[in-house]
Design a protein around this ligand. Sequence first.
Ligand code: NI
Length: 428
Amino acid sequence: MSILIKNVLAVLEKDLDFSIEETSIYIENDIIADIGNADYNADVIIDGKNKLAIPGLINNHTHAYMSVFRNYADDLPFSQWLFDKILPIEDKLTGEDAYWGTMLGIMEMIKTGTTCFTDMYIYINETGRAVDEAGIRVCLSRGLVGTGSDEGGRRRIDEAKQEIEYWKGRGNGRISFIAAPHAPYTCDDKYLLNVIEFAKEYNLGINIHLSESRSEVVEIYDKYKCTPTEFLNKLGVFDLNTLAAHCVYLTDNDIDILAEKNVNVITCPVSNLKLGNGIAPITKLVDKGINVCLGTDGAASNNTLNLFKELQFVTLIHKGTEERADVISATEGLKFVTSNAAKALGLDDKIGKIKTGYKADIAILDIDKPQFYPRNNLLSALAYSTCGDEVCTVIVDGKILMKDNEFLTIDAEKVKYQISKIAERLLQ
Ligand code: NI
């Protein structure tokens, strides 16, 4: 299978900086085989006129099938939202619900240019099945909660191991894994040591929520007399490649630890704002050289999985709170969802760029729209003018998943029908 995207404006990377060039992109099987030469007899030719090709975006923190809880629990304080509304309804979910919820999440991600996501949840095999059928790329993780002594915690680790074994070698390498202790307030010190042992045994990184709310910091301090970041560091969590989501409340010492240990920080600005959790000190983290990425978090706390919305928030809120217009530029933000995100996953030699030899994970935007004229700076436009529904065609692993706004691997009507039925049942 070969695809030629002919005479298209493309976001390429030159010497670590983005550039926009008119070019042609030739894809052979799952790989970008050539850039710049239009003389190919490809199986599929995509006319690039008035189109912008960008590296597929990477959402490094979400819970895809939370899409079934969209707009179910809004305008509530974080602990009420989590403990009174989300956790009880989560208990009612079946594996089949998780499959359809993941499909809905994937539809929304594809529609808004996301080609890879990092997921943490419970029904991993069902999430994997949806990913496998839809053709998107994923880093999966079973959310682990427990104490060093409870049977449930041990069982969840055993299930995570079985899921990894099951998916090994499937999906042409599109499905990878990471170990996911849920958070310092849901895993005690002994359990975290068990998770580290599991991660080392399977050569996995760590995916965890960290310092998301003020109450978490207070709770950990009361229990262990240190910050959540110091707590994880003492246990050795950061000796493994770690994706730490949120990181809203950090001391200067915490920031030094994250920098020294090369922890990847996944900021989720919309979720943090919506749950009243505050604003992460992203400018400080970037200044310290920390690898910052973006996540949407689940659709129950956002309420979309649209990375363009996230990109707009992350590039705007820090300018506002710091009263400095020169922090977190459009191109800086764009790296959060492309090359930085790929680096966090250890996939920076495969995805996150439109580059010869890289995986063909590309989103194509229709820029023949008023918000893209005049074309003074299309990189700025991606952060400040794009809403996401300009994405018309999406390719992952060399396969077209959406063409001219039509899903090719997902029965969209069936997904919407099933989701409506599930929501009706859950809310009964
Ligand atoms: Ni989360």
